[in-house]
Ligand binder design. Structure first.
Ligand SMILES: Cc1ncc(COP(=O)(O)O)c(C=O)c1O
Length: 412
């Protein structure tokens, strides 16, 4: 493998993290939250202390303030803090009108919760394959499925903004407008990986009727435990979700429907509010790192610079939609001999992860749907090839070089 990285090996050394010695590759973690903590430690501890001093631990002013701040960031009409991204998905689906006996179309290639939340709402997930370039739900296939084999009681379409890049929301809007509106089909976004992402300048979270975000500790905006939020473009739905997250209760000890305990802790909200002031910078850093990866991978001859000719290269990067502002929750490559590459990187203490090794339609728990291998070929192929490389705002350029250099060594 030709490597323009060799010249980098001679770069003068500064510190371990900022420049790697030629022969000893730097260990590079997939994610290092400690580096983030170093920069915000005092503010986080002050926020936690504020909650402890108030002795108000669930919902309350911190959660309300966070809800306003997230609504403003996403451009949504309202936001409702809750216990996790999974809970947010359930709230989003139920508020959008999904009920037992309904169907919801979603992607075959996502985290399990995108589909299990549909089941928890009493509905049936209808899996559709993904676009081979972006690996987001393929709108053309969704359109075809609705035209040729319309799922019974189709109530919602749930695209996932995978890895931090919005799905093709123009196409989903068109589908809903053209031939789904009369049946009352809603778009529910799974924006768990996409805080700060945009589609044509509009924020993820304001692109459908409702949207779910996760603040799981690995996410771009992350709590110090589990937390999530659901946004909506319809204010009346926000009120409904507030009740649903609190046992379906509009008034203490009066219950109008079956909700659940899905409330957000005040400590999580307080931590998230500190981090929210940094999210724009952090997302910009991720974009910069992605551009560095792109450039170094292409420079090393590992990827092709031609979007339509990827032959003869061992690595492919995912397609970027020009309409999308991608926030690179993950930087994912598609690699030949992926599992061997992963082992090779692990030996050099370079972190990587597979999101996701088994598509949803092949998960044993969904066997009742009667789907089989070969039904979603693009997702199945992706599951064999995808590899997420180290990505977090504090990652250094030297670390990225080290990762790319190691990939080049593997294929040389
Ligand atoms: C696409 C997607 N949907 C839903 C979730 C669920 O979020 P949580 O783990 O906060 O419940 C996640 C988080 O891993 C996710 O990545």
């Amino acid at each position: 493998m030709k490597s323009s990285l060799s010249s980098l090996r001679n770069t003068p050394q500064k510190s371990a993290r900022n420049s790697a010695p030629a022969s000893v590759p730097l260990p590079v973690p997939l994610l290092d939250l400690r580096r983030q903590y170093e920069g915000i430690r005092e503010d986080v501890l002050a926020a936690i202390e504020r909650v402890c001093d108030s002795q108000g631990f669930i919902l309350g002013p911190e959660v309300e303030a966070l809800e306003h701040e997230i609504a403003a960031l996403t451009g949504a009409a309202g936001a409702v803090g809750c216990a996790s991204g999974t809970e947010a998905l359930w709230l989003a689906l139920v508020a959008a009108g999904v009920k037992p006996g309904d169907s919801v179309i979603t992607t075959a290639f996502s985290f399990f919760a995108s589909a299990s939340a549909i089941v928890r709402a009493g509905a049936t997930p209808v899996f559709v394959d993904v676009d081979p370039g972006t690996l987001n739900l393929d709108a053309a296939l969704v359109d075809r499925r609705i035209r040729t084999q319309r799922p019974a009681n189709l109530r919602a379409i749930l695209p996932v903004h995978l890895y931090g890049q919005c799905a093709d929301m123009d196409a989903f809007d068109r589908i809903v407008t053209e031939h789904a509106q009369e049946f009352g089909v809603a778009i529910v976004e799974d924006a768990a990986q996409a805080i700060g992402a945009e589609w044509r300048g509009r924020g993820a979270g304001s692109l459908g009727v409702t949207a779910a975000f996760s603040f799981y500790p690995t996410k771009n905006l992350s709590a110090y435990g589990d937390a999530g939020i659901v946004t909506t473009t319809r204010p009346e739905m926000a009120e409904h979700m507030r009740q649903l997250r609190n046992h379906g209760s509009p008034r203490r000890y009066y219950h109008h429907e079956f909700g659940w305990n899905g409330r957000m802790d005040a400590i999580q909200a307080a931590v998230l509010r500190v981090k929210l002031t940094h999210i724009a910078d952090w997302n910009r850093s991720r974009q910069k790192h992605a551009a560095t990866y792109d450039q170094l991978l292409a420079g090393a001859g590992l990827t092709s610079r031609h979007p339509f000719d990827q032959s003869g290269v061992p690595v492919r990067v995912l397609a970027r939609s020009p309409e999308a502002k991608h926030v690179f929750h993950q930087y994912v490559i598609r690699a030949q001999r992926r599992d061997d590459l992963r082992k090779f990187l692990a030996e050099r203490k370079i972190g990587s992860e597979i999101y996701y090794p088994l598509p949803l339609h092949l998960q044993p728990v969904f066997s009742y749907l009667g789907l089989k291998a070969g039904d979603m070929p693009v997702s199945e192929q992706a599951a064999q090839e995808v590899l997420a490389l180290p990505m977090f705002p504090e990652l250094t350029e030297a670390e990225i070089r080290c990762v790319v250099e190691s990939i080049a060594d593997f294929y040389s």
